[in-house]
Design a protein around this ligand. Structure first.
Ligand SMILES: *[C@@H]1O[C@H](CO)[C@@H](O)[C@H](O)[C@H]1NC(C)=O
Ligand SMILES: *[C@@H]1O[C@H](CO)[C@@H](O)[C@H](O)[C@H]1NC(C)=O
Ligand SMILES: *[C@@H]1O[C@H](CO)[C@@H](O)[C@H](O)[C@H]1NC(C)=O
Ligand SMILES: *[C@@H]1O[C@H](CO)[C@@H](O)[C@H](O)[C@H]1NC(C)=O
Ligand SMILES: *[C@@H]1O[C@H](CO)[C@@H](O)[C@H](O)[C@H]1NC(C)=O
Ligand SMILES: *[C@@H]1O[C@H](CO)[C@@H](O)[C@H](O)[C@H]1NC(C)=O
Length: 641
């Protein structure tokens, strides 16, 4: 994952570096530690100036420093990953390939068709010199972050960046909506001394009727968050991008009606692995599950193999098992999503290479806090708690502390159980179960130093909890067990697989049950469609900024275009059956897949969100609502450390 940034100023009295500060640069460098370059393009005739800043994380091919400039003065910044759709040879770098294709495009249609064909996450900035035009945008799901800012004074600056800096007084940044690709005609803007954007939106099919209506809706959505002096228009010939996935199938079929003569209604409704087995006994279901496994398996394969593994090969001698370093890590709670990803990754990662399972836990500030919570704890938790008084845990050094139960949060316990299952599936693999233990002190310090800026411009309590949990998890710093001894470990893996997208598509959240109860299948369909639509602005930009901060790349197999199209093609009842109990009904299809390739107890774990599983949510005030603005992300000055 790379850090990209561009600052455009229209009047020469403003220098671009006025808008580009050292803090932003520092955040960009953390995303792309392997190469950093700046390029300033001054066009005195038209009195505009552009600064391009590119920071590269090296993952494939040879290191390709950015920004790239060609003989015709076109300039390109790419924060993306081509997994399919446009050919990238094993030794090629996708940045060069993409730039080359772009430079060959002779019309806007060709450019849009190029971006429509890419499969994989991306955000980009492209300066087309001959036309004085700047292009930029994010992929259909918004898997890569891009922020923008228009300074308040008319005819001054416009900035784009992967990551920014939170400041109470500064200009307001916003996420670039993942609604399509934007174009700025710099020649026209300097002439009119005002900013005007042309949007080329994503559409399922460009020939569709009712395009007009949809266009107007998208334009409204994009314009409403922008300052009044910024104009957003469509191209008059209604050019658009082709969505890389098919629309959601909203057919509501009857539970057992889909396949006459089946015994589905006969299956006992208990939460057990046998229940899953009963479903799999049905031919139609089994076929579907196998199809799903094949498609998800391909998605995982692309994501674990598209990266540079040459270090080991260069040394020519086969490193001993224990010297091999991990290239792939999984954000790992032991729940069904992360278990399935780990089990599929295992099929493709070279056997000598360890796989890192990143498991995060937050220590409770005070045990007293727990008494106030209404949630029932399992008997196991209750037994362990007395070992972990605040004083005893903090006085110990980190290593000793790790052995205590202060960090035996729900995700730690399911994580350990998950590890056992994975070891049973493949005993020859080195599975590094990385226990990542976060104290309240460290959380507070790092939140203020880094995480606040990465979450920004998002700002809710939920963004704070998830953002902090993912930051510590993806840093990968903790302990692994070595012949019974815990030893400090830092995951060297540059690729981090996450299960995001599974709950949104397979009705995994408890709100889906509420929705289903109230509004039935129709309501649930609408909810799922809406959630996938907004996943860029709710989750993905934030998660990309958070994980990218460690010089690592987040990869999302459940948001692979083929996976989404497959799941979108299925009526809801094939994916989830919320008439069945928790642990079975939600994400039913995924549970069946898990069972099919040998997972057991993890296949029927109910969904538990990371903020609860890691217990970070319990650290904070009980009266907070997840959607409230998070005061911890704002008020540094009054924050006592
Ligand atoms: C990037 O890949 C291209 C081929 O796509 C190759 O010609 C070029 O040398 C590579 N760039 C670097 C810096 O290695
Ligand atoms: C709209 O697209 C057409 C077709 O590519 C192009 O000829 C025209 O210049 C575009 N209009 C604007 C305002 O860019
Ligand atoms: C349904 O279940 C009955 C009894 O368990 C069994 O005899 C029958 O073959 C099943 N039908 C199908 C279509 O699987
Ligand atoms: C399932 O169906 C079979 C045949 O119709 C019947 O004999 C059996 O009792 C049913 N089992 C349950 C648990 O309902
Ligand atoms: C806690 O458990 C008790 C007994 O198992 C049950 O009656 C009660 O409803 C539970 N409370 C909550 C908040 O789940
Ligand atoms: C939607 O699902 C129904 C029922 O399985 C199927 O007949 C139909 O072909 C599907 N539609 C699409 C567009 O996949």
């Amino acid at each position: 994952m790379c850090g990209i940034c561009c600052v455009v100023t229209l009047c020469s009295q403003h220098a671009t570096h006025d808008f580009f500060n050292e803090d932003i640069l520092c955040h960009l460098r953390r995303r792309g530690p392997d190469s950093s370059q700046q390029l300033i393009k001054t066009v005195p005739d038209l009195s505009y100036e552009c600064l391009f800043s590119g920071h590269v994380l090296h993952l494939r091919g040879l290191v390709t420093p950015q920004p790239l400039e060609d003989a015709n003065s076109n300039i390109f910044l790419w924060n993306g990953e081509i997994f399919n759709g446009v050919h990238v040879g094993d030794l090629e770098n996708d940045t060069e390939v993409m730039f080359h294709h772009l430079a060959l495009c002779s019309s806007e249609e060709e450019m849009l068709s190029l971006f429509s064909s890419v499969r994989g996450p991306w955000s980009f900035i492209y300066y087309q010199a001959s036309r004085h035009v700047l292009w930029f945008g994010r992929d259909y799901f918004g898997r890569r972050s891009l922020l923008w800012q228009f300074s308040n004074e008319v005819n001054s600056a416009f900035c784009l960046t992967s990551v920014s800096v939170y400041s109470e007084s500064g200009h307001q940044w916003q996420e670039v909506p993942a609604s399509g690709i934007f174009k700025i005609d710099l020649k026209a803007c300097t002439a009119t001394k005002s900013w005007s954007l042309t949007l080329f939106p994503w559409k399922y099919s460009c020939t569709e009727k009712a395009v007009e209506e949809i266009f107007i809706h998208v334009l409204d959505q994009v314009s409403k968050d922008l300052p009044n002096h910024i104009r957003v228009v469509m191209n008059e010939s209604k050019l658009c991008l082709r969505a890389p996935v098919i629309p959601l199938n909203k057919t509501i079929s009857e539970a057992s009606g889909q396949c006459p003569g089946t015994n589905i209604s006969n299956i006992t409704h208990t939460v057990s692995v046998e229940t899953l087995q009963d479903f799999l006994a049905e031919e139609h279901k089994k076929k579907l599950v196998c199809q799903f496994i094949d498609i998800l398996n391909e998605a995982v394969k692309r994501r674990v193999l598209s990266l540079f593994r040459a270090e080991d090969q260069e040394t020519r001698e086969v490193p001993s098992m224990s010297n091999r370093k991990a290239h792939i890590a999984v954000l790992f709670s032991g729940g069904v999503d992360s278990m399935v990803l780990a089990a599929l990754a295992d099929k493709h990662v070279p056997l000598e290479e360890p796989i890192d399972l990143l498991n995060v836990a937050f220590m409770l500030k005070e045990q007293a806090k727990q008494k106030g919570t209404s949630k029932n704890r399992t008997s196991r938790e209750v037994q362990l708690d007395p070992l972990c008084s605040q004083a005893s845990c903090q006085d110990l050094d980190a290593k000793t502390r790790a052995r205590f139960s202060c960090f035996d949060v729900p995700d730690r316990i399911t994580g350990r159980a998950g590890l056992k299952e994975l070891e049973a599936i493949n005993p020859s693999r080195t599975w590094n179960f990385v226990e990542i233990n976060v104290t309240p002190q460290e959380l507070k310090k790092i939140r203020q130093q880094r995480i606040t800026h990465l979450i920004y411009p998002l700002d809710t309590v939920l963004d704070d909890s998830i953002g902090c949990a993912i930051w510590f998890a993806s840093r990968g710093e903790g302990f692994i067990s070595n012949q019974g001894e815990l030893k400090p470990y830092r995951s060297p893996a540059k690729v981090v697989l996450t299960g995001i997208g599974a709950d949104e598509q397979l009705a995994g959240y408890s709100r889906h049950r509420v929705c289903f109860k109230k509004y039935g299948f129709e309501g649930l369909n609408k909810e799922l469609e809406m959630e996938l639509d907004r996943i860029s602005s709710r989750n993905l930009g934030r998660d990309d900024r958070i994980i990218g901060d460690h010089g690592k790349e987040a990869r999302f197999p459940f948001l692979d275009e083929d996976v989404v199209s497959f799941l979108n093609s299925l009526p809801i009842l094939e994916k989830a059956d919320l008439t069945l109990p928790r642990g079975i009904g939600e994400k039913l299809l995924l549970r069946l897949a898990a069972k099919e390739f040998g997972l057991t107890a993890s296949a029927i774990l109910p969904k538990r969100a990371v903020q609860f599983g890691s217990r970070i949510a319990k650290l904070e005030s009980n009266s907070e609502k997840a959607s409230d603005t998070c005061s911890r992300l704002k008020s540094f000055s009054v924050d006592e450390l």
